[in-house]
Design a protein around this ligand. Structure first.
Ligand SMILES: Nc1nc2c(c(=O)[nH]1)N[C@H]1C(S)=C(S)[C@@H](COP(=O)(O)O)O[C@H]1N2
Ligand SMILES: [Mo]
Length: 207
């Protein structure tokens, strides 16, 4: 109906004015599923989460150990590079920053390589992971993650395009040097800030 359409336009305009909708994005109420490859299985007996690279003390949590870590719940807007944004998503899990004292990152480490199942990687400046809304999340909307959305564990970095929020994460590698990940090597922007509309690399794809 024209009336609904106009109402939606009005609503979108209101939100944009409030500064929540990055340029070139539109709001969806759905939760699209996007990834390369298949959805990996999960075996709680063999699963682990590893902290390695430029740290004083490497870590390796089992699933049971990981569930003991203190968690927080955040509400955030997420922005996918394909053009949809979803408002007020609710995530629960340990906050990255709160885990830092457990492994003591060396001062020279400025970058983090996020490792997920099947060799998927993505890269982020350590500084970005220190934001208070960056979680290793295992719940979405109060329930365990759906397998499609990263069960059992995914990274959530609301202030970057959603491809940096790796699903099925298995470890974080701290590094002196930056190292582009899977989508970054395929031509996505290295930083991926939605409000600067950093979607793709300015230069030609490196594949
Ligand atoms: N392990 C893994 N994580 C991934 C991806 C992937 O291919 N593999 N794709 C990313 C991309 S491109 C997007 S847009 C989001 C989508 O998350 P969703 O399916 O929960 O919406 O996951 C990101 N995390
Ligand atoms: Mo994506």
């Amino acid at each position: 109906m024209l009336h609904d359409f106009l109402n939606r336009r009005e609503e979108e305009k209101r939100i944009k004015e409030a500064g929540r909708l990055p340029p070139g994005q539109s709001v969806t109420l759905k939760f699209p599923v996007l990834h390369y490859g298949r959805v990996p299985g999960f075996n709680p007996a063999t699963w682990s989460f590893r902290i390695f690279g430029e740290v004083e003390a490497e870590k390796c949590w089992t699933w049971v150990e990981f569930l003991q870590l203190p968690t927080v719940t955040i509400t955030a807007d997420i922005h996918c590079v394909t053009g949809w944004s979803k408002f007020d998503t609710v995530w629960e899990g340990p906050r990255f920053r709160d885990l830092m004292p457990l492994f003591a990152v060396r001062p020279a480490a400025r970058h983090v390589i996020v490792h997920a199942e099947e060799g998927f990687t993505t890269n982020l400046p350590l500084e970005v992971l220190l934001d208070d809304d960056v979680l290793l999340a295992y719940k979405f909307g109060g329930k365990p993650l759906e397998p499609d959305h990263g069960y059992p564990l995914r990274l959530v970095v609301p202030r970057r395009y959603f491809w940096k929020s790796a699903k099925w994460v298995r470890g974080l590698e701290f590094s002196v040097e930056d190292r582009p990940g899977f989508w970054e090597r395929a031509g996505y922007h290295n930083e991926g800030d939605p409000f600067k509309e950093e979607r793709y690399q300015p230069q030609v794809s490196r594949f």
